[in-house]
Design a protein around this ligand. Sequence first.
Ligand code: PLP
Length: 456
Amino acid sequence: MVNDEELTKKDSIYCSYGDTVHYAEPPKIFRRCEGNFLYDSMDVPYLDLQMWYSAASFGYRNSRLSEVLKTQVDTLPQLACQYLHEEKVLLAERICLANEKRFKEKGRVNFNVGGAQAIEDALKLVRNAKRRNLMFAFMGSYHGRTLGASAITSSYRYRRRYGHFSDRAQFIPFPYCFRCYYEKKREDCDFYCISQFEKLFETEYYSVIDTKVMESEYVAFFVEPIQATGGYVIPPKGYFKRLKKILDRWGILLVDDEIQMGIYRAGTLWAIENFEVTPDMIAFGKALTNGLNPLSGIWAREDLINPTVFPPGSTHSTFSSNPLGTKIGLEVMRMLEEEDYEKKVSESGKYFLSLLKDLQKKHREIGDVDGLGLALRVEICASDSFTPDRELTEKIFLEGLKGRLDYKGSNYGLVLDIGGYYKNVFTLAPSLYITRGEIDMAAELLDQLISRCKKA
Ligand SMILES: Cc1ncc(COP(=O)(O)O)c(C=O)c1O
């Protein structure tokens, strides 16, 4: 085994730094994983509250999923996309039937590799449907880092060096009520943000519509129902219903990016179900294979994706719908049908949120906590409980990675991830199988970390 020091040195020589951000310097090295824990070179266990940005939602080295992967490796591990294999078709069928049940809409699935590629396919579909190329997206959004996906991702930082290949979206404020863009209060704002969006459609002189033909120049609104990288921001109930009404009036398609929040992260198969609207398209990835294979895809309404409008060759990757990924995805869908995940996830989430609320009472530095299912947020602030404190957030994060916390007399670490508009939010995406005991442990370790870091 290459030791930690040597590995870090080789990384600095041979690896591009362009493909990631290491918050810890030098980057933390892990050697093995099991269930909800990662283990470092000294075999110290780290409770993981982010599970690979929600890709490993069913726990590391999930034995059922590892088994089907091994079986597939021994039967049909490779096959060119031009041939059919059962796993692809049965997985597509399961996703379509699940959506038909939920949304009363028939549709089809198109697979690809990685979330950003699924977003690229969604961009192609909406551009094809409307023959125009302008999109709405939210401030605080993240849809991936290919050229097309970063054009609808709010941060200019991701585009600055590369110029425009696709028109950047028009970015609209997300209902981030704790830090309302319009400085309104949730209790009495009466969805002021929606009325501001609606105002854009009042006259052609606000630049988005032609009233003579009642057409919007914008063809789709790409949304994350709960903003992920933006800091696990949960919109108020009713918001998306009002938004959808406006979009429907102007024939603007709703593209639902479920790449991080889908597959029961927010207590339902798709997070958008919590907000009672039917999307025209859904992009998914990450947890569909528990992170064992970079399989992603889109589901779209039949009229948007049927072979006459989206003919063969419209999109392709050598590895899309590969037999290993689709086999694991199929097993994940089977698992979801066998157990009541909605109940399981929402009960664990409610318990976790209650402990976070207790922590908030104890630490003024926790300005906001919120959660839906097991998508939870802890916003770290100065002692006024509002001013974002990025420095303290980073300190807590790094301290967790040192692996020097104590739980019932043993040594532990805590894996967190930082998100949010001000990089001051812990975005918690624990395993969907996290136990009550592990939630207690998570709260205790967070408490130790915050107490230690705010004093330091
Ligand atoms: C909401 C959302 N969309 C798209 C992506 C991009 O997915 P990928 O990293 O697989 O390209 C991500 C990744 O974090 C995401 O969270």
